[in-house]
Write a protein that binds this ligand. Structure first.
Ligand code: KG4
Ligand code: ZN
Length: 387
């Protein structure tokens, strides 16, 4: 089965084309025909964070050119002399794209002159994420689905992160989904989410804990800003933290001992703010020490709750996913903890830890029969539950 996947939930415009098959061991294999990610970081950097309307505009501006590049890379781009959009359809998809006039303009100029590619389905991120940004990808998927007469598979972005962590890269162009033992506990940490998920099988999920306020990536970004570091703050804090000493400026570990599996990072962020005020003008070493202690505090809570969930639910596999899983300290500490209790751990390769469409295609590949039911719409707060 060949899937075209579209991801526009935040500040990355991403498209991928993947072939799915099964190997001799019964494992699913994904052959990557194309995988393109266009990051908007440089645009949002100026503002110190992601602006939903700006993100939406950029997705709308770049989707058609990126689709052409993606089809070219996959060897599926062919100009045609016949006009593939029948006239009565024009009005229908003008309606679909009415909120994205720039996207509509590019669509009508390019798409009718391309031979419909040999794909079987279009997977698109339906949520969670920034709704204006999600809508662009969804409307694009709807318009393509109408013109090319292909079904849409709606995907939860967080499921994409889970699967993106578990797949193994055999060659840069072939990924295998290994058989893992369930139940698994997944910790998903990104700029918008901090979730602890009980995975009973692929497609069967239970959200057992989440953040009460800021996501951990968001806290990294905000603390970085307090320390005068650019957006996105996660990698900057990691870099600075390497020079820092743990414990120089003790910070709280919010909700470390609470009985539930929820998290809270807003108080920790405020504690950093007060600490900086108290120091007055922090030296470079002070900043490094604060960065390191902040990382330690986040990692301590994330590890404690994940490992307790593993014990309670008898987890046989641990999955770490989302943008923050790129953090070296978090990766190293998880590695040690999982090894100590002999539970296999999946951590994504760097290019699969941040947002991409490959993980969306992979998620679609695990449940290709899940077609969009009813009205397909952006679901900004869509929780990961059983599909
Ligand atoms: O999953 P992702 O790419 O986008 C969302 O869905 O939010 O995650 C982005 C988040 C940002 O907050 C960024 O600061 C954080 O991941 N991040 C990191 C690191 N690299 C990216 N946080 C900590 N350490 C890192 N090395
Ligand atoms: Zn993400």
């Amino acid at each position: 089965m060949r899937i075209l996947a579209i991801e526009t939930s935040c500040d990355e415009t991403a498209l991928a084309i993947v072939d799915t098959s099964t190997n001799d061991h019964g494992e699913q294999v994904f052959t990557v025909l194309a995988n393109h990610v266009l990051s908007q970081i440089d645009i949002h950097k100026e503002y110190g964070g992601v602006f939903p309307m700006l993100a939406k505009r950029e997705h709308a501006r770049t989707l058609v050119p990126l689709l052409i590049q993606t089809l070219q890379k996959a060897g599926m781009y062919k100009k045609t002399s016949r006009h593939v959009i029948e006239h009565p359809l024009r009005k229908e998809f003008q309606d679909i794209l009415e909120r994205e006039p720039e996207l509509f303009g590019q669509f009508i100029t390019e798409i009718p002159h391309i031979d419909p590619p040999a794909i079987d389905a279009i997977a698109v991120t339906q949520g969670p994420g920034l709704e204006p940004a999600l809508w662009v990808g969804i409307n694009f998927a709807k318009a393509l689905s109408l013109v090319w007469k292909k079904p849409i598979i709606p995907i939860n972005h967080m499921e994409g992160h889970l699967l993106g962590s578990v797949v193994e890269e055999n060659t840069p162009d072939t990924l295998t989904l290994p058989q893992i033992n369930f139940p698994a506990i997944g910790l998903l940490v990104s700029g918008g989410h901090t979730e602890l998920v009980l995975v009973r099988s692929w497609g069967t999920y239970e959200l057992i804990g989440e953040t009460k306020d800021d996501a951990v990536g968001e806290a990294f970004d905000k603390v970085a800003r307090m320390l005068g570091l650019p957006y996105p703050g996660g990698p900057e804090i990691s870099r600075l933290g390497k020079e820092g000493k743990s414990g120089t400026y003790p910070l709280p570990r919010p909700m470390l001992h609470s009985k539930d599996y929820d998290f809270s990072f807003a108080g920790l962020k405020t504690a950093v703010l007060y600490l900086i005020k108290k120091i007055g003008t922090p030296s470079e070493q002070d900043k490094a020490d604060i960065a390191r202690e902040f990382e330690d505090a986040c990692v301590d809570v994330l590890i404690a709750k994940t490992m307790r969930a593993c014990e309670e639910f008898g987890a046989r596999h641990i999955i770490l996913g989302g943008g923050v899983s790129a953090n070296a300290l978090l990766r190293a500490r998880f590695h040690d903890e999982a090894e100590a209790v002999h539970i296999p751990l999946s951590i994504p390769d760097h290019h699969l830890s941040t947002d991409n469409a490959l993980m969306i295609a992979i998620a679609a590949g695990t449940h290709p029969d899940l077609r969009a039911q009813g009205e397909l719409r952006a679901r900004g707060n869509w929780r990961l539950t059983t599909a």
